[in-house]
Design a protein around this ligand. Sequence first.
Ligand code: PLP
Length: 443
Amino acid sequence: MATRNESQLQQNDGAEEDATTISRRAHQTISYPAFYARFGKQVEGNMYDKYDNPEGIINMGQAVNRLMEEEVLARLNKGDALTMTARYQYYFCSFGILELRQAVASLLTRHHKPYKAINPDNLIVMNGVTACLDALSHTFCDPDDVVITPTPVYGRIFTDFQDRSRASVVPLVALQEENFELQPQDMEKLILKIKSEGQSVRACVILHPNNPLGCVSSTSYLRSIMEICAQHEIHVIVDEIYAFSIYDKETEFNSVLRMESVPDPLRTHVLWGFSKDFSIPGFRLGVIHSTNPLVLSCLKTVSHYHSSPQLIQHAAATIINDKEWCDSFYIPTSQKRLAEAYHKARQRLEAMGVVVKKSVAGLFLWANMQAFLQPCNADNENALFTALLNGGVIISPGQMLHCSNPGWFRIVFAVTNEELEIGLSRIEAVLCKWKRSVKTNSS
Ligand SMILES: Cc1ncc(COP(=O)(O)O)c(C=O)c1O
C-alpha cells in the first residue's frame, strides 16, 4: 500500500480526495519527509526583513551564501550578462550551451589544476546539482539498487537518489565518538554486508567539501575509497558544490579532478554548481563531469527534462569568464568574508557553551548542543529546535542530516552581518532560558 502524506492531504482543505488519481509512485514521492514542511505555516511568509518584518525568523538553516549578494548583483547587472537578445528566444543545446561548458571547463582548469585541462565535451549542465543527482541516480540505478553515502549528510542526498529512480540509499554511519571520521575499511565492510544480503551496490556519494561537517578529505583518503569502489565496480560520485568556499587559509582543497590516474575513470563523476560558491541558487545551474561515453549519452538525453534557460547560462558564463572579477576579486573576497563570519559565529557560540567542530569550508558550522539536552535524545533535539524557532531563528537539527548522535545542529553563518548578529543573539537568549528551565526541572 502506498503511504499517504497527511500534511499534503490536509492542505487541500476539505477537497474530495481520491488516492487513485495519482500513481503509487507519486504517493511515495509526496510521502518523503520534508522536515521544514512541518513548520511551513510558521516559517512561510514570516522571514526576517530589516524594514518589513524585523521580528521575523532569521534563516540560518538554508545553505545560502548572502555575503556576496551585492557584488554578484552588480556584476550581473553590468549589461554584458543579462541582456535579452533574439538568440535566447529559441531552443538550444539541452545539456548546456557550449559557451557555459567552455567557461566552466576554464574555471575548473584554472583553479583545480587538473593533470589534463578539463574538456567541455565531458561536462553536462543541468538545472542545479539536485537535478544532476537525480539524473545520475536514473543513469546508474534500477529500483532497489543501493547507493552508499557517509552520514551525517546533506539530507537531500537520500531524496534525490531514492525518489524517482527508486534506488535505496544506505548510510555509512560516522559517529561523534570517532570525530565523524570513517576508515576506508568501514566502507568495504558495508559493501560486503549489502552484497551478502543479495543487493547490488551501484554508487557511492561523497560530499567534498562535506555538508554538514565543513571538512575536506585528503587525496589519499579519497583514493582509498575510490580503490575499494573500483574493486566492487561501484560508481563514485563526488559532489564538490562548495569547492570555492574554502575559507581556512591553511587548507588546500584538492579536487578529485586533479587526481592523476583515478582507479576507475569510467566510474568517477564530479559535480559542481553555481548555487553556493557564486551565491546564485536562483539560477539553477549544476554541472557533471564524466568521461564515460555511455553515462554522458544517457545524461544528454535526460537533460531535456533538466535544462536551464540559455540567457541564465550566458550570464553565468560571463561572470566566470571575467577573470579579473572572478579570480582576483570575487573568489578571494568571498572566502575572506566566509572566514570572518565563521570565526565570529564560532566565538559567540563557544561563549554560550556550544561546542563547535572546527571546519574549513562551506557556509555553515557543525555545533554540538548536547550539554543543553537532558537527557540527550532525538526528542529533546527536536524540542530545542522548536524553542529556537519560536525564539525567531531556524537552524538544522542533526536528525535532518541523518546524524546518529542526537544534539548536533548545522548553523549557516553566511548570512548578512546584521542577520548574523541578531540570529546569534536570539540563539543565546533561547539557550539561556532553556538552561534555566532544564535546571528547574531537574532540581
Ligand atoms: C552538498 C550539496 N549538494 C547539492 C545541493 C543542491 O544544489 P543546487 O542548488 O545546485 O540544486 C546542496 C544544497 O544545499 C548541497 O549542500
